[in-house]
Design a protein. Structure first.
Lengths: 327, 273
């Protein structure tokens, strides 16, 4: 708008506005991590190693897209990792009878059903998402163990492992799974920022009563978010078989929490209505870089967990601070 | 019906009220919230609805906006009987409530809030198949609305949470004005605002009227009511006790009417101030 006085004031305060950008914190954190680890290990800042960071981040990265949607509505999905594991098991067991398409379709139906169950319980019974997904997490994890008979199922190279196909760019190795992950981010970024549905997700998370009064069908939006997360879980399951062609009921035990970590570090508010998937992508990379860099520096796995935990608490603290300031 | 002159300065009798209600009754169990209430909103006026807590004024407003279905009585729009089963029905008749600070989503920018629930998609492929919103158009139209109402904002791309209380109220009003074609109903528009901000909101309400819309404000803020209302609807014991002209009655007289300490004149009781 044409307010000259305002324009000058804003130009003078560009730094203030840059700091207030939602991506500012996460990008600074990622930059610091990159600089620090480059200084520590000469092997860190190589195309080969950085492409490895991406590959290691695929499954959590895809799940974090769904987790972002849920958290934007002020919810949480603790079952997302268990649903993914069930997805890999269904694919591996069904494909043993021969048909890749049937295997993928069955896993798709199972994961969508799990997501829809969460959505139905949250919207129809108005139960808190934390409790609903804690319950479905326990149920699905146990059901997976029963279904698998506590053993693992290797998958023969097929379309189900296709996402593991490697492409070489110089010394960098990129799998199709990386492209699937990036595609998930681009598609959901588009849906959140360029469609009415996205606006409604933010409105439902930010102020459900206001959303209802403006005529938004709050329950329908919430349901779509949980069901959509089920769809994203089947993509994560597919990507998981691409990385390790072996369905294991004990895999991805920490996937729920790690996806939440990526979302929170990426600057999406646990209180809903604030944030976005691009922050989550940066958050995923921060966690990936931290783990990779600490491994190169010879730091024990457990210390890596401690570092990630500290980062989560720090991110939530910053979120709280921003929220108080804006009220 | 008594012909009345809104504000006394239009000169022509506004025969058919824009929004009217007769004999509205609403009971909640044994509690009668409104008991045969009438309501008349005339063309081109700002009508203030005042009343003690529990007098039933908010229930009346909910009936008029479709949020509550009455047990008895009839609502008329432009003289024609209507039935509102929900707020969307009332909205279809051009009746647009402003839900204070409530109706804005804090982390979304101003134009997204203005168009929330009524987003405009692009034409052609991008809109139909990719469901892409026409952001430039919505931003442009938002700027027009904001400019017309003289709501001083840096940019419609600011998020609502960066605004002051009065500015947020402004966005909520702009929302109602942008889409309400007849009646804007505001519940306590000046509550929790400072002096300067209150002045800004009152200016805004006048501008809304000057754009040809009818405004209903429910308020406890007597000075504000007396500053802008053309007529004052006094609600007492579940019904309209009278309608007074704020130029004829003093503030203390109106308070006395509200509490029952003073009896209205016959003309006022009939709803013609």
């Amino acid at each position: 708008m044409s307010h000259p006085a305002v324009e000058t004031r804003r130009r003078g305060a560009w730094a203030y506005h840059a700091v207030r950008q939602p991506l500012f914190g996460p990008v600074v954190a990622l930059t610091i991590a990159l600089v620090v680890f480059s200084a520590i290990s000469p092997r860190f800042l190589t195309a080969n190693n950085l492409s490895l960071v991406f590959q290691q981040s695929i499954v959590i990265g895809i799940l974090a897209v769904g987790q972002t949607l849920v958290i934007l509505t002020a919810g949480i999905d603790l079952s997302i990792g268990a649903v993914t594991v069930l997805g890999t098991l269904v694919m591996a067991k069904v494909v043993a009878d021969g048909n890749v398409v049937v295997a993928f379709a069955t896993a798709l139906v199972v994961c969508l059903a799990a997501g829809s169950l969460n959505g139905a319980l949250v919207t129809r019974l108005s139960l808190p998402p934390f409790i609903v997904t804690l319950g479905t997490f326990t149920i699905i994890a146990a059901a997976s163990q029963l279904y698998a008979g506590s053993r693992t199922y290797p998958v023969q190279p097929s379309a189900l492992t296709w996402l593991g196909t490697q492409l070489r760019f110089g010394s960098a190795t990129v799998t199709y799974g990386v492209f699937l992950m990036l595609a998930c981010y681009v598609v959901v970024w588009y849906m959140l920022s360029r469609t009415a549905w996205g606006k409604h997700v933010y409105a439902v998370g930010g102020n459900p009563e206001a959303a209802r009064l403006t005529g938004i069908k709050v329950r329908r939006v919430l349901f779509s978010v949980y069901a959509g997360t089920g769809f994203i879980a089947v993509l994560a399951a597919w990507a998981a078989l691409g990385r390790i062609p072996n369905a294991d009921p004990n895999a991805f035990q920490n996937a729920n929490l790690e996806s939440i970590t990526a979302v929170v570090i990426g600057g999406t508010s646990m209180f809903g209505g604030r944030g976005g998937v691009m922050g989550t992508l940066v958050g995923t990379l921060i966690v990936g870089v931290l783990r990779n860099g600490l491994t190169l520096a010879g730091v024990d796995n457990l210390y890596q967990n401690i570092a990630t935990g500290v980062l989560v608490i720090l991110a939530v603290t910053v979120d709280q601070f921003i929220r108080r300031r804006s009220q | 019906m008594n012909p009345a002159e809104p504000g006394g300065d239009l000169g022509v009798p506004a025969a058919v009220p824009v929004l009217q209600a007769r004999g509205i009754v609403k009971r909640y169990g044994h509690v009668t919230a409104i008991d045969g209430a009438d309501f008349d909103l005339l063309r081109g006026e700002i009508l203030a609805v005042i009343g003690d807590n529990g007098a039933g004024k908010s229930t009346l407003i909910k009936v008029l906006t479709g949020a509550v279905i009455p047990d008895a009585g009839q609502v008329y729009v432009e003289g024609a009987p209507v039935t509102f089963r929900n707020p969307l029905d009332a909205r279809a008749y051009g009746i647009e409530p402003v839900y204070q600070d409530l109706a804005v989503a804090p982390a979304l920018d101003i134009w997204s809030n203005l168009f929330l629930g009524r987003e405009v998609r692009r034409r052609g492929f991008a809109g139909r198949f990719l469901r892409m919103l026409d952001a430039p158009r919505m931003r442009r139209e938002s700027e027009q609305h904001m400019d017309e109402l003289k709501i001083g904002l840096n940019s419609v791309s600011q998020t609502v949470e960066t605004l002051s209380g009065g500015q947020r109220q402004g966005v909520a009003v702009a929302r109602a004005v942008a889409f309400g074609r007849k009646v804007v109903i505001m519940d306590e528009p000046t509550a929790a605002l400072g002096v300067k901000e209150t002045g800004m909101v009152l200016d805004l309400i006048r501008k809304v009227r000057d754009r040809g819309l009818q405004v209903v404000i429910i308020s406890h803020d007597m000075p504000s009511v007396f500053e802008i209302a053309d007529r004052v609807h006094v609600h007492r014991l579940g019904r309209r006790s009278c309608v007074v002209d704020p130029k004829v009655r003093s503030m203390s007289e109106v308070v006395a009417l509200m509490t029952g300490a003073l009896e209205p004149t016959e003309l006022e009781r009939n709803g013609a101030s």
